[in-house]
Design a protein around this ligand. Structure first.
Ligand code: C2E
Ligand code: MG
Ligand code: MG
Ligand code: MG
Length: 275
């Protein structure tokens, strides 16, 4: 029990909390209409196999072009979408649009590129996920091996047996699994060993001070070694400097993502930069 929560678990709001509750309610109301009004968009951030090598694909990242508030990042509205269940139709839309984009890139000759899509905890427990994924792949005539689903370490490790079953089903379909924000949750190595994942994405909290912080450097280098022994590709997120890139290259980190290599971009900018 916190100070704010009274008898019966009711919460008494302070004025500041009321303002943010009002904001959340407004965002929720607007979000209900955002899909129909075509306000959601995807940006694509490139993934590179080490520096100097060509792009191998992209991660789709959701944005909301709000009519009054401007371009909103996912951290401002995904929690609201998650709590209200709106993430399910939104997540279906993301999957469909990301697959449509990948189809367009393949048709344009970039047939080796893959696409990564983030899944929220609610999507991950949704009974329709497998069908939704299969339908999206079929609709856009994509090889399942070109789709990676990113699920955070925390989500994957919650309800481990159910997670394993779902991940095994998706893997059997040929879809790849990435464990996102790795290092911030509470992974059991025993379960990690059983996870049919193909990628570990090192959270950018460990990349930020890589060159100056010996602990971070040690953690990153252990994750790279762990990935190698479990035969998982290791991806570093949030590579912002040349020094970080060189350091990760030297460690033998398989894939790099970050502003230094490429920011999330609209599809036109992505093609321009990647080709
Ligand atoms: P994530 O999947 O871990 O994505 C990485 C985040 O780091 C993205 O933030 C990306 O723009 C940002 N980033 C990439 N490179 C750098 C860098 O060099 N420096 C810094 N400071 N940041 C960098 P974004 O786009 O705001 O997304 C935040 C989170 O929202 C994502 O974290 C993901 O968990 C979630 N998200 C994004 N799109 C979707 C979606 O379509 N569905 C769901 N369920 N979640 C999504
Ligand atoms: Mg991700
Ligand atoms: Mg991440
Ligand atoms: Mg994250």
């Amino acid at each position: 029990h916190t100070k704010q929560s009274g008898r019966n678990g009711y919460t008494f709001f302070t004025p500041a909390m009321q303002a943010s509750a009002a904001r959340r309610l407004r965002l929720l109301q607007d979000l209900r209409r955002a899909l129909a009004r075509d306000e959601l968009i995807l940006h694509y951030q490139p993934k590179f196999p080490g520096s100097g090598q060509p792009v191998i694909g992209a991660e789709a990242l959701l944005r909301w072009q709000h009519p009054e508030l401007g371009l909103l990042g996912p951290d401002t509205f995904i929690p609201i979408a998650e709590r209200s269940g709106l993430i399910l139709p939104i997540g279906d839309w993301v999957l469909d649009r990301a697959c449509a984009q990948l189809r367009a890139w393949h048709d344009a000759g970039h047939t080796s590129w893959s696409m990564a899509v983030n899944l929220s905890p609610l999507q991950f427990t949704s009974p329709s996920l497998v069908d939704t994924v299969r339908d999206a792949l079929q609709r856009h005539a994509l090889d399942p091996g070109h789709l990676t689903l990113e699920v955070t370490e925390t989500t994957a490790m919650k309800n481990v047996e159910a997670s394993l079953q779902l991940l095994n089903t998706l893997t059997a379909m040929g879809v790849k699994i990435a464990i996102d924000d790795f290092g911030t949750g509470y992974s059991s190595l025993l379960y990690l060993k059983r996870m049919p994942a193909s990628e570990l994405k090192i959270d950018r909290a460990f990349v930020r001070d890589l060159e100056n912080n010996a602990e971070d450097a040690a953690i990153v280098s252990s994750i790279v070694a762990l990935g190698r022994s479990l035969q998982l590709q290791v991806v570093a997120e949030g590579v912002e400097t040349e020094a970080q890139r060189d350091f990760l290259d030297q460690l033998g980190c398989d894939l790099l993502q970050g502003y230094h290599l490429g920011k999330p971009m609209d599809p036109e900018a992505f093609l321009r930069q990647a080709t």
